[in-house]
Design a protein around this ligand. Sequence first.
Ligand code: NDP
Length: 339
Amino acid sequence: MSKLFNDSNKKGYQAKESRYDKMNYRRSGKSGLLLPEISLGLWHNFGSTDDFKNAENLLKCAFDNGITHFDLANNYGPPYGSAESTFGKILKKDFKPYRDELIISTKAGWDMWPGPYGNFGSRKYLISSLDQSLQRMGLDYVDIFYHHRPDPETPMEETMGALDHIVRQGKALYVGISQYSAEDTLKATKILKDLGTPCLIHQPRYSMLDRWVEGGLLDVLENKGVGAIAFSPLNQGILTDKYLAGFPEDSRAVKDGRYLKTDQIDEALILKVKQLNEIALSRGQSLAQMAIAWLLKDKRITSVLVGASRTEQLLDSLKALENLEFSKETLIKIEGILK
Ligand code: NDP
């Protein structure tokens, strides 16, 4: 890397200079924005009840390995808002000199504060929520602002109008949508295009165990030139070897249980995961690595948005990038297990 951009002038944390050699970046749809093949989400492990040092280490480890994109939402915690506050503290302490090397996203759409204005998709909610998020993170703008989920009652023109307004205010550089069906995505992208603020990206849940996006959404995104970032690619940890021999005390299912419960992980599921694990091992990968590679084999996927509770997990997941190729036979075997 050019000496002109040598980081050694920066005080405190200095990111590894080799970071950009370790990552590939994919264009988000037909936009100008490149995102790392693996992004890090702060849904879990960044709340004020979590270990701050661990959170800081996770972010440094990510950036040192070329992960430039960090994904948040107003209600990540617990408690709500606290992941953004933790992130803001770490940004101020370690990442200030690197702001222009980072893509920071946040969202609003789920319940955030009491009363009729802290949920769903009104202009009132989205604009005031982003103002709160910016304050918590100590930022002037986010790179991507998402509507977090469709609102069946607010006119889509109002929600998309709020996203367009936010960009024109300079509070977000790009906008995206999350969890929208293929049909709603078509509508939303048309409204945004007409307003002059193209939809940058869609954030759906997508993993080997949850493939709803293959029923039309990915085609819509490709046709409309919108990127796709797959969340919960490991199905919250199920697509790893962690639950193969029972329920570890420090796993999300046991220690958290809000979104992943032990009774969701039954014997039939573990049988499938065991078979997938065998295939991963035969490829020289961990199951987490294979689950990530399996998503990235599709060029329509801009980035895979992982979570991690420890840096070791993130480092393990990053090794997925060493082998994204699948033979026809392996894909057929995987289909056989998943059907
Ligand atoms: P994953 O499916 O990647 O699950 C992450 C969890 O899996 C970790 O916390 C850890 O769990 C376990 N894990 C991760 N890597 C490994 C590994 N290599 N080996 C073993 N176990 C591993 O993603 P998340 O469900 O965390 O979601 C990722 C991000 O997606 C969120 O942070 C958020 O940004 C976004 N998201 C968006 C949503 C939306 O509506 N738009 C909804 C949900 C998430 P453990 O604690 O058990 O160690």
